[in-house]
Design a protein. Structure first.
Length: 63
């Protein structure tokens, strides 16, 4: 069972790194402000569930 938790932790770490990169880019394009950036909870939900189980065509169109 330890492997299951390890892989979940690795996945979580990847998602948090992606979120930090997203926020850094968001700030770059918005004069250093992170106001209006997607909250981590929504980002995490989209990265884990929508991307994995959602309609791929729908996701690529951004709807």
């Amino acid at each position: 069972m330890a492997g299951l938790y390890d892989s979940s932790r690795v996945q979580f770490t990847k998602i948090t790194e992606a979120y930090h990169n997203y926020v850094a880019l968001y700030k770059l394009f918005n004069n250093g402000s992170d106001q209006g950036a997607t909250p981590f909870a929504v980002f995490y939900w989209r990265m884990t569930y929508h991307v994995r189980y959602g309609d791929g065509d729908l996701m690529t169109r951004g709807f």
